[in-house]
Design a protein around this ligand. Structure first.
Ligand code: SF4
Length: 429
């Protein structure tokens, strides 16, 4: 990606006059002025109007559960070298829900910048009060003014040990404050005071932002500490967690794929779906491709479906989401139930490989049935990879076989039967 622009659009998705526009623009300006590459930036957001910024960003983005973005961001930051900038956008509602996460990240002084969009209410759900709603501020459930005192998030985060904390009025250019937060090692937080035109102004029609902030006795100022930023003990010997990632040497085989494709493995939990996806990824890497793998399964990891999405590409993969898989491989009824919707959308140039005990679902894809489960429930998904390899010609069955041997999984695997079936398949073709 060549762009140095953080925002990919001037049309941000917020209501007219919403201060979230300015937060996004000021943060973008700070990053660009500092010359930080957009792919060195990871924005973490969560539920709330602020979180719909994701699609407008050219950086990496991660969207989490309500109030959990600081915990997510802290975890991401802990696994990355310090030149990567993890920035959390969170609302006052999320900051209330996840206050303990914020305090822990400040206490540990994790390298992280949190920008609190404090418009004094939950905007996305209609204007309810949060823990940062000033006393006396009207919300939909306190139309005569909140009777409760609010948290002073800057004061408590500073007390918890953050190296840089600043409160600004969210009007005009405050990018210098965000720059300072981004360049201070350790935990930083900027609380941007704003007012939601759709609910805050509606419920408090005659009040100005500045006056609300002053009445709440919230000083516009900066607090600092000078503590050591968080470091894993093992960072003394390892510069980042990726250093521990095993290196797979490519086999220097000819690459047959000239564009990114997506492969879905859908089966049952406990039947090795994620492991098989991992083996597929290793094989693809051995053939010189880039890969991503994403697993989805219920919290009860031993029952129900298990689904793996694998991207394989000759080029760098910048988006790993699933949109339109070229191959869907289904090995059990659980997998079929889970992937039915995706399969229904498939088109004639795409392939469904399905266990022959299952009904053929509605689809326009080309369908091939094989006896995957006949190799044993635990071998079904692995077996399907050999049929995928033969059909797609992207990886070789020998590569899969060598990986199973390296992993010590070859002795119980029915290679002979599979080779026989693949030979018959070749003859039929
Ligand atoms: S509802 Fe309020 S906070 Fe949400 S986008 Fe609209 S103005 Fe902004």
């Amino acid at each position: 990606m060549e762009t140095t622009k953080v925002l990919n659009t001037k049309e941000l998705p917020f209501c007219k006059g919403c201060g979230h526009h300015l937060i996004a623009q000021n943060t973008a300006k700070a990053i660009e002025d500092l010359g930080i590459h957009v792919l060195d930036v990871i924005f973490v957001t969560d539920i709330g109007c602020h979180g719909i910024i994701d699609k407008s960003l050219n950086t990496h983005t991660v969207h989490g559960l309500h109030g959990r973005s600081v915990a997510l961001g802290a975890g991401i930051s802990m696994g990355l070298p310090p030149h990567k900038k993890v920035i959390v956008f969170i609302g006052d509602g999320g900051a209330t829900i996840g206050l303990q996460h914020i305090l822990e990240a400040a206490r540990l002084n994790v390298n992280l910048t949190v920008v609190v969009h404090n418009n004094f209410l939950y905007g996305m759900t209609g204007g309810q009060l949060s823990g940062l709603t000033p006393k006396g501020f009207n919300t939909i459930i306190t139309p005569n003014g909140s009777p409760y005192g609010e948290h002073d998030i800057c004061a408590i985060v500073h007390a918890a040990g953050a190296n840089y904390v600043s409160r600004v009025i969210g009007i005009g250019d405050y990018s210098e404050t965000i720059k300072k937060a981004l360049t201070t090692p350790g935990f930083s937080l900027v609380e941007v005071m704003e007012i939601c035109p759709s609910y805050g102004v509606k419920f408090n029609p005659k009040r100005k932002l500045q006056e609300i902030v002053e009445a709440a006795n919230k000083p516009i100022k900066t607090w600092t500490n000078n503590r050591e930023p968080f470091q894993f003990a093992e960072r003394k010997t390892v510069s980042n967690l990726f250093d521990k990632t095993p290196v797979i040497e490519p086999l220097h085989k000819e690459k047959k794929l000239n564009k990114q494709i997506q492969v879905v493995l859908s089966g049952s939990a406990g039947e090795g779906v994620q492991l098989a996806a991992n083996i597929l990824c290793k094989a693809a890497v051995k053939h010189g491709y880039n890969i991503t793998q994403k697993g989805t399964y219920p919290v009860t990891v031993g029952v129900g479906f298990s689904n793996a999405e694998v991207n394989i590409s000759p080029d760098e993969i910048l988006f790993h989401g699933l949109s339109n898989p070229e191959y869907v491989i289904v090995t059990s009824q659980d997998g079929l139930d889970f992937s039915k919707g995706t399969i229904k959308q498939m088109q004639p140039h795409q392939w469904l490989l399905i266990d022959n005990s299952l009904p053929i679902p509605e689809t326009n894809a080309q369908v091939l049935s094989f006896d995957f489960r006949g190799k044993g429930a635990k071998n079904a998904v692995l077996a399907s990879l050999f049929f995928f390899a033969r059909l797609s010609d992207i990886i070789e069955t020998d590569t899969l076989k060598s990986i199973l041997e390296e992993m010590g999984m070859h002795e119980k695997f029915p290679f002979t039967i599979i080779e026989q079936e693949l030979n018959e398949l070749t003859l039929k073709q």
